[in-house]
Design a protein around this ligand. Structure first.
Ligand SMILES: C[S@@+](CC[C@H](N)C(=O)[O-])C[C@H]1O[C@@H](n2cnc3c(N)ncnc32)[C@H](O)[C@@H]1O
Length: 292
């Protein structure tokens, strides 16, 4: 049985083998290339949060040259595909398993086509990119990553705030609530919120806002702690819902959102109450007579 047969038959075996190889042999490409370089192979591109203008230049160039774009369905704004993929065959990856996706991308690449795998936001956050890359690499197809703007950054920009703010929010957690993927023990939302100076960005949690907020209340967190829910950040139908741990669930349910929103918990949501940073130290000392 060749490696390809093994991978085609059992993608998990291919992924495991590739992971083992990565652990044992340093991948020279790590030192030969930087993010943003044009590289050999199939790029795994972050589409950004939705607005086509928030795609990187590298991502745009790759899409414009692509013959086949395998994209993440409704999570990728169709405007991105319309704007940059006029000449490519488009395949929606939703509902397809690795057994289908890997041969599709491999065969197109081996036929000499430019293949792009398009993920929403940045592939590094809840993207499941690495398993596809490992399976492809196992079959001899090189791959690489092109970063994108993750939805938390788009939501933060919409809210006209920062996720870190001096003295108020010293850390950021990218997390998701318990559900099919995470057990209750693996859900750390309450711990992050309890740290006090963390901005907690919840992905994949729109459908579970009430359960999540109920858990926070049951754990004794301040009911008045600010929460923002940004639906479709940077899309034409973007919507912002502001509230608190106590009020946000009613407002989200009233709006009817069950998916595609980013939930941000923490004082940073308001953009107020922070201390000035040391970065621009002299500004406050400038009197009306100063030169600056
Ligand atoms: C499978 S995860 C992918 C995240 C993506 N890789 C990223 O970096 O944004 C999908 C979740 O990301 C969030 N998301 C993705 N795009 C969004 C957007 N434009 N606005 C708000 N949330 C978004 C939602 O929480 C959604 O449930």
């Amino acid at each position: 049985m060749t490696d390809s047969d093994e991978a085609a038959g059992d993608p998990q075996a291919a992924i495991d083998a590739q992971g083992e190889r990565r652990r044992e042999d340093l991948d020279d490409r790590i030192f030969e290339h930087s993010a943003g370089d044009h590289q050999e192979g199939i790029p795994f591109v972050g589409a950004g949060p939705g607005n086509p203008r928030l795609l990187t230049v590298a991502g745009k160039e790759l899409l414009e040259e692509a013959d086949l774009v395998v994209h993440a369905g409704s999570l990728v704004n169709s405007e991105v595909l319309e704007a940059y993929c006029a000449h490519a065959e488009l395949v929606n990856s939703v509902g397809k398993d690795l057994e289908e996706l890997i041969p599709l991308m491999r065969d197109a690449y081996e036929d000499g086509q430019n293949v792009v795998r398009l993920h929403s936001g940045d592939p590094a956050i809840y993207g499941a990119a690495l398993e596809q890359m490992d399976a492809l690499e196992h079959e001899g197809i090189p791959t690489y990553l092109v970063p994108g703007v993750t939805s938390a950054f788009a939501a933060s920009a919409t809210l006209r705030t920062q996720l870190t703010l001096n003295e108020l929010a010293n850390h950021v957690a990218f997390t998701r609530p318990q559900g099919k993927t995470l057990t209750p023990e693996e859900d750390h939302v309450s711990e992050f919120v309890g740290m006090g100076d963390v901005t907690t960005c919840l992905y994949l949690g729109t459908h579970a806002v009430r359960e999540t907020m109920d858990r926070l209340l049951a754990d004794g967190h301040d009911p008045d702690l600010p929460v923002a829910v940004v639906y479709h950040a940077s899309w034409p139908d973007e919507d912002v819902i502001l509230g608190t741990i106590e009020t946000i669930a009613d407002r989200v349910e009233e709006a009817g959102y069950r998916a595609s929103a980013l939930v941000i918990v923490g004082e940073a949501v308001t953009g107020s109450g922070y201390e000035r940073s040391y970065l621009y130290g002299d500004w406050a000392n400038r009197g009306p007579d100063s030169d600056g």
